[in-house]
Design a protein around this ligand. Structure first.
Ligand SMILES: NC(=O)c1ccc[n+]([C@@H]2O[C@H](COP(=O)([O-])OP(=O)(O)OC[C@H]3O[C@@H](n4cnc5c(N)ncnc54)[C@H](OP(=O)(O)O)[C@@H]3O)[C@@H](O)[C@H]2O)c1
Length: 260
């Protein structure tokens, strides 16, 4: 049986617990800064819980740092002697943020958004691996196989580029939907009227066709008068108006480039 100490009590830590706690070959424990959240997750997933300042932390085969990117390096330094392999799970951080602190260090980056961590299908999530030693790579592979998704080895640069693409595809797409939702709220319109359009937008994106070809709308057609009406509607919302103009310009630049 292999032991894993998961650090963090946020979205990814919860999704990891959901998948790994209770697996036969793994003994999972949780280390959290927020005592209340850690205890509640410990109860829910039936795993032992430790606090950061606990003097008797167990030694684990692997320490999974599921914390804010900015905290990874400090926690890696602080708990390097508590595990054989140190692992971070961030798309944006280099391997060295754990590699500086331990002979055996790895990255296991799950390319997914964990906004609803208890509903994650790990089997479909691609996992990008990188390690400082054969031993760390083998262990990271075992963790990744327990999670269940397809595995790929990647360099820092490939992973950071993929992460940036994920920000565009997921975070920014959701921002656009959130902006539409907020405008509906503000003007007392039903967001439900937009649902068939939203479904078709994402269904289209999954077909593998050229996504540039799928962009329609006033900016794509060059309907200046309609765009002017939209800008007037956004008169009292300068941030949205600025974003509208910027995105419309980007659509036109993309489409003209595609025509060249
Ligand atoms: N969420 C995703 O979609 C996703 C996808 C792939 C990879 N990741 C990676 O997973 C990691 C965690 O992300 P997340 O989305 O789970 O973040 P999150 O939900 O915001 O949770 C962050 C966790 O980090 C803890 N933390 C922050 N600073 C800390 C410190 N100085 N010392 C100890 N604990 C600290 C927080 O504790 P408190 O509650 O006490 O603040 C919280 O438990 C990041 O490296 C991220 O890049 C996330």
């Amino acid at each position: 049986m292999k032991s894993l100490l998961i650090v963090g009590t946020g979205r990814l830590a919860t999704a990891l617990l959901h998948r790994l706690a209770g697996l036969e070959d793994w003994k999972v424990s949780l280390l959290g800064r927020n005592r209340e959240k850690a205890l509640s997750l410990g109860l829910e997933f039936k795993v032992p819980v430790y606090a950061l300042e606990d003097p008797f932390l167990p030694f684990a085969d692997g320490l999974l740092l599921a914390v804010k990117d900015d905290a990874v390096e400090d926690l890696a330094a602080r708990f390097a002697d508590r595990a054989r392999v140190l692992i971070h799970l961030s798309g944006g951080l280099p391997l060295s943020s754990v590699g500086h602190h331990c002979a055996h260090a790895a990255v296991v980056y799950p390319l997914q958004t964990f906004a609803r961590p208890r509903e994650v299908s790990w089997q479909e999530i691609p996992l990008f691996l990188q390690a400082t030693s054969e031993e760390a790579l083998t262990f990271a592979g075992e963790v990744a196989r327990a999670l269940g998704g397809p595995l790929y080895e990647s360099s820092d640069l490939e992973r950071q580029r993929l992460h940036l693409c994920a920000v565009w595809a997921s975070n920014f797409s959701r921002l656009m939907l959130a902006e539409a939702w907020r405008l509906c709220q503000q003007w007392n319109l039903s967001f439900a009227h937009l649902l068939p359009l939203i479904q078709e937008t994402f269904r289209g994106a999954l077909t593998g066709d050229s996504l540039t070809d799928l962009i329609t709308g006033p900016a794509a057609r060059g309907d200046e008068a309609t765009m002017q009406t939209h800008r007037q509607l956004l008169n009292s919302l300068p941030e949205q108006a600025e974003l509208y103009s910027l995105l419309s310009k980007r659509i036109q630049a993309l489409l003209h480039r595609a025509e060249d």
